[in-house]
Design a protein around this ligand. Sequence first.
Ligand SMILES: *Cc1c(COP(=O)(O)O)cnc(C)c1O
Length: 239
Amino acid sequence: MPSDDDRAALVAQRLAAARSRLDDAARSAGRDPADVRLLLATKTMSTAVVRAAVAAGATLLGENRVQEVLAKAPDLPDGVELHLIGHLQSNKVNAALRWVACVESVDSLDLAHRLSARCEATDRELDVMVQVNVSGEASKFGVAPEDALALATEVASLPRLRLTGLMTIGARSPDDGVVRAGFARLRGLRDDLVESGVPGTGDARGLSMGMTGDAALAVAEGATIVRLGTAVFGERPPR
Ligand SMILES: *Cc1c(COP(=O)(O)O)cnc(C)c1O
């Protein structure tokens, strides 16, 4: 077993390498690397490992499950920004909201209503993104692309929620063209949303897309947040 120090050094090294690959991808696409944020997907990682990543410079983290937010967030330093990136049952979100700056995985009006009501009750604002299932794969959550604009404009109208963009998980395909077309679809939806002029959509410029296997394609298609787990932490043990 590697020691904690060895693990921390490895995480730091991989984080720097991942950041520099994102920078290269941005430059190749004629984009400013500063416009691409690296979100570390920390599911199944221990608090110690997550803290090592933060010590190495990670500032934006994503968790999939409320339970993991509650277990780790209290032990993270101030200033770390935490996003929820997994499918949420509406009845579970309240406990996690205290720690969360953005829910990227809003995929129903019911969930959005609950988030909005909770924010009213606790007198706060919350950033949200609408998750879109661009690939149509049955295993993936998210609203269908044809329904995305309707959901996003309704979400944008709810009190206390600030719609900051759209999120997707790329197609599981060996064909880069297929993966890239899905990301382009999300970008097109985002453009339509921002250009709609509907109140509350003006800030919805964000595109959270790209993971370890398809980050460069996502950056080429305009990702503003790329969510990396394996690239920095290595393969996750099965749950
Ligand atoms: C796990 C996860 C990631 C990171 O995936 P890797 O392939 O390990 O980089 C990104 N987004 C979501 C929603 C995830 O659940």
